[in-house]
Design a protein around this ligand. Structure first.
Ligand code: FNR
Length: 178
């Protein structure tokens, strides 16, 4: 079982990337997680969607090869960051690599509300016909005040959050199996 973790931040010290790394490391005996970066993806352009740049081709192939998608994204101005929407636009066209892939969403922010608005918007986007990715309900992972929940090296240390993510990941695996 292979999960593609798509991180909606290209920031070097991204908390969201660190959260994706937590998933990769903690469950490495149960499934393989590849943390994908959006760094280097050009802006989507319909003129070139049938013959896209190499970076797009490689990215889409990795998503295509995955059994499920983990979205780990910040919230920018109350919604989904542009880099993530751009990646979804590429993925939603031609070979439509997200269609039918089960999705789990997580988000981290130093703010209190844990990216709740971005996640609501992302859920809506995932319903689009070119995306059509089934999302598990009732297992939302909102990591607010993330700077207080990771140590100086960016390791998630907040035990209640770790336990909660364990529960959600177990639920996600059971849901996929069904
Ligand atoms: C933010 N940030 C932010 N946080 C939040 O909780 N809600 C928001 O609407 C926004 N808006 C926003 C806009 C822009 C342009 C920036 C740069 C930042 C703060 C954001 O959560 C913080 O920078 C995170 O650290 C970004 O995630 P990564 O890069 O650490 O993964």
């Amino acid at each position: 079982m292979k999960i593609a973790a798509i991180v909606g931040s290209i920031r070097k010290d991204s908390y969201n990337r660190k959260l994706a790394e937590h998933v990769k490391n903690r469950y490495q005996d149960r499934f393989e997680t590849e943390v994908l970066t959006l760094n280097g993806l050009p802006m989507y352009n319909q003129d070139i969607e049938n013959d896209p740049p190499e970076a797009v081709r490689v990215f889409k192939d990795k998503v295509k090869a995955a059994d499920a998608i983990l979205w780990v994204t910040p919230e920018y101005n109350g919604t989904v960051p542009g880099v993530l929407v751009n990646a979804i636009d590429w993925m939603s066209r031609v070979d439509k690599v997200l269609v039918g892939k089960p999705s789990l969403i997580m988000g981290a922010t130093p703010g209190l509300l844990g990216t709740v608005k971005a996640q609501l918007h992302l859920r809506d986007i995932l319903f689009a016909p070119g995306v059509s990715s089934p999302i598990m309900t009732a297992n939302d992972v909102y990591v607010g005040s993330v700077h207080e929940k990771m140590d100086a090296e960016g390791k998630l240390t907040h035990e209640p959050t770790i336990q909660f993510i364990d529960t959600v990941v177990n639920n996600f695996l059971a849901w996929i199996a069904k």
